[in-house]
Write a protein that binds this ligand. Structure first.
Ligand SMILES: *[C@@H]1O[C@H](CO)[C@@H](O)[C@H](O)[C@H]1NC(C)=O
Ligand SMILES: *[C@@H]1O[C@H](CO)[C@@H](O)[C@H](O)[C@H]1NC(C)=O
Ligand SMILES: *[C@@H]1O[C@H](CO)[C@@H](O)[C@H](O)[C@H]1NC(C)=O
Length: 416
């Protein structure tokens, strides 16, 4: 009788499932192992950098002690290559030599420092690197295991599965995570495996079951990779921009800042573009050795304020000039905006002239604000004011702007 009731309840509940876990109302921030540390499992040869409890504890210490956590970088996320196998009851267990105290221990450690722990699995036979995956029959058990360990986030990859297994598996995992009663943010790699676009990808459905999703290719440690991702997101912005919002975000993948492939200008450009796109900010770099210059980029308080804007509107490219300058704009709360002037040029700093009128700002207001990187104060900008920004090759200028005065009475009435 009880079983019948439970089954009836499940039937009643399943069709109205909505992602309502209350998590990630602004885009998440944190650290994720993959881009920098990959599947380095050789702890004999490289004990400091192999995927192990030690690596995550050392990154947790840095997140807590070096100002990251207090700025919002709270997720400490494991990626592939942590799994040792399944026990006699089919439960996932971590690699016993690299994670000798287990994942629950690591979650406790993260929580004791005010951080959240993220974990990785794969909807399929195996993870991308060949570790045991979550097949359809294992979804509920694995969700339960993660909840018992008090994990706060799951990234579910999509290697070694068919489109139909993914179509069943991702909604099933969302329901299973919810059923644990433990709030676990859900990152879905699903759309990246279906080409990232409708009709194969249903973004309405994704925003009901996932807090964030990877739309496109993995990022690699190069500017070329950043540009290919930016190009794809811009090309498809009319589809992607409307589907992002509080609790559900497009994810163009990790930040490369602090690694080897980006120049100083390019590092700033990635930070500015990811911020204006309301993308998750997952660093993937060695926080034990990161330079002060790269820390300054990642810890810029005004950038983070823009990134965490409560409206959670994804920005768009609004202008593409013939001479390889592009302008991106993100609307923010209280009628503020972020602008990113981006140079794809390869010659020299470019003196770009524009007006707010050209950038679709209302004519009736006066704006002020700040250059995010230089700290320069901007005042008295009217819609017709001719301004100049100097943008370095493969670099950006980023502005935070807000209206200070209305010029016309009728507009002022509606404003009040
Ligand atoms: C599960 O879903 C319900 C209904 O959408 C929601 O109210 C609840 O907070 C969710 N619980 C968890 C743990 O995600
Ligand atoms: C997409 O998913 C939503 C929500 O589950 C559903 O209502 C809608 O019919 C789907 N759209 C298509 C084109 O399948
Ligand atoms: C803006 O100023 C620059 C340099 O001062 C000038 O070259 C440009 O023609 C001006 N543009 C407009 C629209 O007045």
């Amino acid at each position: 009788m009880l079983l019948k009731t439970v089954i009836l309840l499940l039937i009643l509940v399943t069709p109205v499932l909505m992602l309502d876990n209350g998590l990630m109302l602004t885009p998440p921030m944190g650290w994720l192992a993959w881009e920098r540390f990959r599947c380095n499992v050789d702890c004999d040869e490289d004990p400091k950098n192999c995927i192990s409890e030690r690596l995550f504890m050392e990154m947790a210490d840095r997140l807590a002690q070096d100002g990251w956590r207090d700025l919002g970088y709270v997720y400490l996320n494991i990626d592939d290559c942590w799994i040792g196998g399944r026990d006699s009851k089919g439960r996932l267990v971590p690699d016993p030599t690299r994670f000798p105290h287990g994942i629950a221990f690591l979650a406790d450690y993260a929580h004791s420092l005010g951080l959240k722990l993220g974990i990785y699995e794969d909807m399929g036979q195996m993870t991308c690197m060949g570790y045991p995956g979550t097949t359809l029959d294992k979804v509920e058990q694995d969700a339960q295991t993660f909840a018992e360990w008090k994990v706060d986030m799951l990234k579910l990859d999509g290697c070694f599965s068919t489109p139909s297994e993914r179509a069943q598996g991702y909604p099933k995992m969302a329901a299973a995570l919810n059923a644990t009663g433990h709030p676990i943010a859900f990152s879905c790699s699903w759309p990246a495996y279906e080409g990232g676009l409708p009709p194969r990808v249903n973004y309405t459905l994704l925003s009901e079951i996932c807090n964030l999703w990877r739309n496109y290719d993995d990022i690699q440690d190069s500017w070329k990779s950043v540009l290919s991702i930016v190009d794809w997101f811009v090309k498809n912005q009319d589809i992607l921009q409307p589907v992002a919002g509080p609790g559900h975000w497009n994810d163009p993948d990790m930040l490369l800042i602090g690694n080897f492939g980006l120049s100083f200008e390019q590092a700033r450009a990635q930070m500015a573009l990811w911020t204006v796109l309301a993308a998750p900010l997952f660093m993937s770099t060695d926080l034990r050795t990161i330079s002060p210059q790269n820390m300054d980029i990642l810890q810029n308080p005004l950038i983070i304020k823009i990134h965490q804007d409560p409206l959670g509107i994804q920005g768009q490219r609004i202008l593409k000039e013939k001479f390889n300058i592009e302008v991106f704009k993100r609307p923010l709360s209280k009628d503020a905006s972020a602008l990113v002037f981006f140079s794809r040029r390869t010659d020299m700093p470019y003196r770009y002239h524009s007006t707010l009128k050209q950038l679709d700002f209302p004519s009736s207001r006066v704006y002020e604000g700040q250059d995010v990187f230089s700290g320069d104060i901007i005042t008295g900008l009217r819609s017709e004011t001719n301004f100049t920004v100097v943008i370095n090759p493969s670099g950006v200028v980023m502005w935070y702007l807000y209206p200070v005065k209305n010029l016309d009475i009728s507009d002022q009435m509606t404003y009040l």
